[in-house]
Design a protein around this ligand. Structure first.
Ligand SMILES: [Fe+2]
Ligand SMILES: [Fe+2]
Length: 149
């Protein structure tokens, strides 16, 4: 996801909430399938890893391609916080890779064991990022317009 939503605190928050709801729902389904040792649990786990990839990691990539570099340049006072947020992106990316490996090597229980704490981190990260975007220090009054040349 890119475009104006990333730059507007309220719209960005709505994107986070939609992501969190989707992955939390997927984790709840996976837990239910795992509890009854349903053979379809592996398919549910695979779908959940793909949801993280397409919804969460794509969002982090869009932020690092566009929002974070601009903030880093325009708001030097928040660089420390941006470093922390970028480190959290890296940790979330590692978690999805670990979930993918767990799916291939260990099974759907192991996927849940990786992605449950990852959802906690995602939530903490999102709240931190939303606080930054809502703070005057990071105010982004107008999305910069890129020259097309
Ligand atoms: Fe982020
Ligand atoms: Fe975000």
């Amino acid at each position: 996801m890119s475009g104006p939503s990333l730059w507007q605190a309220a719209a960005h928050q709505a994107v986070h909430e939609a992501q969190e709801t989707e992955v939390a729902q997927g984790l709840a389904w996976l837990a239910a399938f795992n509890r009854r040792q349903d053979p379809a649990a592996a398919r549910v786990a695979a779908a959940l890893v793909e949801t993280w990839n397409q919804r969460v990691l794509a969002h982090l990539t869009a932020e690092e391609d566009d929002l974070y570099p601009w903030l880093r340049q325009a708001r030097p006072q928040v660089r420390g916080l941006l470093d922390q947020l970028a480190a959290e992106h890296a940790a979330l990316t590692r978690a999805v890779a670990a979930a993918r490996a767990a799916l291939e090597e260990k099974g759907p229980d192991a996927v849940a064991a990786v992605l449950e704490p990852a959802l906690d981190l995602l939530r903490r990260h999102a709240r931190r990022e939303e606080s930054l975007l809502a703070s005057p220090a990071a105010a982004v009054p107008v999305r910069p317009v890129r020259a097309h040349s």
